[in-house]
Ligand binder design. Structure first.
Ligand SMILES: CSC[C@H]1O[C@H](OP(=O)(O)O)[C@H](O)[C@@H]1O
Length: 366
């Protein structure tokens, strides 16, 4: 995708051939800051602090984090330490575990002096794979939007999305936004209802920013307004991303997704979840077993934005001393999900649906 007209990705290998560049997403859309990761600690901090976020991007960042670690200590103990350290940064997105297990499987059989180069090579391959996988999710999701467009006589297809499952959550394209970009680029009249997505407002700060940059018509709305627009027939389709789908089709995604799925079910609005294969957790059977990250209460007690003096800062929205809770994700049961949009096609949100697209996957082979 493009930032200020210039093609960009969310993560890249710097020209020195070993340090890793990222966009600091904690200060978007107000300032565009590019950071350089030089150590495994830098990569871990980038994940924990949400300088990078989004399940696929967390995975690719962790892969590069292992490569940075191998430059410092490529021993078996060094590899174990890096995988464990990076793996404990955020618990919900299964892509983190998936990427770290991939790097460990790639590197463990190699001679110590071959591991750093192999790690960079593998991380680069995972990044390129994510780009093509997300592009393909868009190709498959485009069909859904085109089908709706065929019934709207030129009036906009109204898609609601929650949080940011855009190209900023991946290496490029995004998952939930990829069908939207491809529909827009194909000339289909599409409009997006963008949930602001408290508490960190990834929708307001990231999704709206992405769509503005790409010229996709959209409207930012309060999280609590989505059901109202669904009731009035102003939402044709909901597409969200996910951080983990379990073998039975249950979905973990940003807090508030479950409430949108309930409203969609009640109003008959199709509710789709867009995801790459790397976000399917074949080893966890049901959503109740997904670890839900609890983040700092400060994220609820404060709102970040551009202050009057132009700086990026936050303001307290409750009285000093107010206690808060901050679960960062919730679980949407498969029964509320119309279907999954993946790089392999669209399937029902069920064990059978997932197996129809990934027949090679069994719980044993997960
Ligand atoms: C394409 S994965 C996007 C997914 O990740 C977000 O969580 P976070 O911003 O906390 O990493 C959110 O759940 C999005 O749907």
């Amino acid at each position: 995708m493009k930032l200020d007209g210039v093609s960009s990705r969310t993560i890249w290998l710097d020209s020195d051939g070993w340090s890793v560049g990222i966009i600091d997403q904690t200060v978007l859309p107000h300032t565009l800051v590019r950071l350089t990761l030089k150590t495994v600690e830098d990569a871990a901090h980038a994940i924990k602090s949400m300088q990078v976020r989004g399940a696929p991007l967390i995975g690719v960042t962790a892969a590069y984090g292992v490569a940075l670690a191998m430059r410092a200590d490529a021993s078996d103990a060094g590899l174990d330490r890096a995988v464990r350290f990076l793996g404990e940064q955020r618990p919900t997105a299964v892509n983190l575990r998936w990427a770290l297990e991939d790097l460990r499987a790639t590197l463990a059989p190699l001679a110590v002096d071959a591991r750093a180069a192999a790690a960079y090579d593998r991380a680069g391959k995972l990044a390129e794979d994510d780009v093509e996988t997300c592009r393909q999710i868009g190709v498959n999701g485009l069909r859904l939007i085109a089908d709706i467009a065929g019934k709207k006589g030129g009036r906009p297809v109204n898609v609601l999305t929650h949080c940011n499952a855009g190209w900023l959550a991946c290496v490029d394209w995004g998952t939930a936004t990829s069908p939207i970009y491809q529909a827009h680029d194909a000339g289909i009249n599409v409009h997006v209802w963008v949930d602001e997505t408290r508490p960190r407002n990834q929708g307001a700060a990231l999704t709206a920013f992405e769509l503005l940059q790409h010229g996709v018509p959209h409207s930012l709305i309060a999280d609590n307004a989505g059901g109202h627009f669904m009731q009035r027939g102003d939402v044709d389709l909901v597409i969200v991303g996910t951080d983990r789908v379990t073998a039975n089709g249950d979905v973990a995604n940003k807090i508030g997704t479950y409430l949108k799925a309930l409203a969609a079910k009640d109003t008959g609005v199709p509710f789709y979840v867009a995801l790459p294969y790397s976000t399917i957790d074949w080893r966890t059977d049901r959503g109740a077993d997904i670890p839900i990250e609890e983040r700092s209460e400060d994220e609820v007690l404060r709102v970040q934005g551009k202050l009057a003096n132009g700086d990026v800062g936050s303001v307290l929205i409750a009285a000093d001393g107010t206690p808060a809770r901050n679960p960062a994700f919730d679980m949407t049961p498969a029964r509320l999900v119309t279907g999954f949009i993946t790089e392999r096609g669209i399937c029902p949100a069920s064990r059978e649906g997932l197996k129809s697209l990934y027949p090679e996957k069994t719980s044993a082979a997960a």
